[in-house]
Ligand binder design. Structure first.
Ligand code: AHR
Length: 504
């Protein structure tokens, strides 16, 4: 008899969580480090198109099918004047960016970003500055972007060469305003009032927009979750989403705890959702506030290098984490967690997209490559669209000092009814060996296995680099069999698995 660990799962077409909003697979470009300059925009690069956009980067972003990209920050937005980044390039001022203590040349701004987003097939998620600025800036900026014409700012946009409005649908009311590091940081009440008034005028200019109010910067903030309660108390009737952010680190080099971190995201989500619904009840409101998880990723590898960067440089290599295989597993686990909350998480942004804590890296003047974390994100974006189903999981556990019993298996299931495809995303957290998975999918009659993608590596610290970009890549030959509605698969030790089934 095999002594392999065993887990079971039931997936049924009737155990529905909810429709997955495509914006679950969003990302983020901030004016930070080499995200914009040297990342998506490098006019002197041999691959640059007529507008200075790197074609190689456009191709990689398109491969990821990112539906929405948040811009221009992040901390950057809280000291940003959008007016600096529009109009003729030679008239745009160089400014100190106080968030990252670099120089912002403003050669790339709103209109360039809108054009770039169009090229990659993504919507823009725009943030207004509620740090150093406020209501007046917010109304002018949305007038510039979304008003058809015949007013001062919409005509200015036309004079800048953009006859049609950009019609940006999703807007963030500032960024991480609870954070003392933020330019123009605010107390919850103060921010709540400002966000409400900004929301009001922005909707007066364009009633079709959707608005995201700032939640806490992370669940360890001293003011969490009172911040959410106080802010929603002021803004409930004016906004559509509240933001959540989280970054993971493994400074202690403890794989078991690192991979268990997504359990804390479960309680973070449950808490913020509870605050939203409590506020809904208190206000006798009909509408439900959903979640925009608009920053999430692993971030810690680059901290030491960043501390050595000279202030006031132009586009220095900031936050350039080189990701390991273990980071890819955590990204996979986070995607599974988000899918399990697809009924309430309507927008999520992997932070960020290029060079800055990113799945895509570039060399200035040189090539571009995919980090380890690129692959779970790619798989989820390609195959994780449709209806999220709730898997019933029975899994062995390992003991962890921080989180207690941790199931070695975590999994999500997505059914694309139209394409008649069912996809299972599963991570085996076990450090000791493979996991035998038995899964009952009897309600999916006539389905057969299309593919079992596996991302694994014997070295948990393996990385992809510019010199060796294919050290960690998925393989397609996972061990899986299906008979009479019962699926049996082997999930290798520490692995990300995508099992695709369909009617073909
Ligand atoms: O993504 C990097 C930074 O992390 C963002 O600027 C900020 O919002 C967060 O603290």
């Amino acid at each position: 008899m095999s002594d392999k660990k065993k887990a079971t799962m039931i997936i049924d077409r009737d155990y529905r969580i909810g429709e997955i909003d495509d914006r679950m697979y969003g990302s983020f470009i901030e004016h930070l480090g080499r995200a914009v300059y040297g990342g998506i925009y490098e006019p002197d690069h041999p691959e640059a198109d007529g507008r200075g956009f790197r074609r190689d980067v456009i191709e990689l972003v398109k491969e990821l099918r990112v539906p929405i990209v948040r811009y221009p920050g992040g901390n950057f937005v809280s000291g940003y004047n959008w007016e600096d980044g529009v109009g003729p390039g030679e008239d745009r001022p160089r400014r100190p960016d106080l968030a990252w203590r670099t120089i912002e040349t403003n050669q790339f701004g709103t209109n360039e970003f809108v054009l770039w987003a169009e090229q990659v097939g993504a919507e823009v998620m725009m943030a207004v500055n509620l740090g150093s600025r406020g209501v007046d800036e917010a109304r002018n900026f949305i007038e510039y972007c979304n008003h058809p014409g015949g007013t001062y700012f919409s005509d200015l946009r036309k004079a800048h060469g953009y006859a049609s409005p950009h019609n940006i649908r999703t807007w963030c009311l500032g960024n991480e305003m609870d954070g003392p590091w933020q330019v123009g940081h605010k107390e919850a009440e103060e921010y709540g009032k400002l966000a409400r008034e900004a929301a009001k005028v922005m909707r007066l200019v364009d009633p079709s927009i959707e608005l995201v109010v700032c939640g806490s910067s992370n669940p360890l903030m001293r003011t969490y979750p009172e911040w959410e309660a106080a802010v929603l108390d002021k803004t409930y009737n004016y906004v559509d989403y509240i933001s959540m952010h989280i970054y993971f680190q493994n400074n202690e080099n403890d794989v078991g705890t690192f991979l268990a971190n997504t359990l804390s995201v479960e309680s973070y989500l449950n808490t913020v959702i509870a605050v939203c619904d409590y506020t809904k009840a208190r206000k006798r409101a009909n509408k439900t506030i959903n979640i925009s998880f608009d920053e999430w990723n692993v971030w810690y590898h680059s901290r030491g290098q960043d501390a050595r960067i000279e202030p006031w440089s132009e586009a220095p290599p900031l936050l350039e984490d080189i990701y390991t295989f273990e980071d890819a597993l955590l990204v996979g686990l986070m995607l599974i967690t988000l899918l399990k909350h697809a009924d309430r998480v309507k927008v999520a942004c992997l932070a960020q997209l290029v060079n800055v804590i990113a799945p895509i890296m570039t060399v200035n003047g040189g090539g571009s490559w995919r980090q380890t974390i690129y692959y779970p994100f790619l798989h989820a974006s390609l195959y994780g669209r449709g209806l999220a189903l709730r898997p019933v999981i029975e899994s062995p556990v390992y003991d962890n000092a921080t989180y207690g019993d941790i199931p070695v298996l975590d999994a999500a299931a997505v059914w694309n009814e139209e394409k008649e495809e069912l996809t299972l995303f599963a991570v085996n957290r076990d450090q000791t060996g493979p996991l035998d998975l038995k899964c009952d999918i009897r309600s999916f009659e006539g389905y057969t296995v299309l593919q079992h993608l596996v991302l694994e590596h014997e070295d948990i610290k393996a990385e992809n680099t510019a010199e060796n970009p294919n050290e960690v890549v998925p393989r397609q030959d996972g061990r899986v069999a299906l008979e009479s509605g019962r699926l049996q698969a082997e999930l290798p030790r520490l692995s990300w698995n995508v099992i695709r089934l369909g009617k073909r």
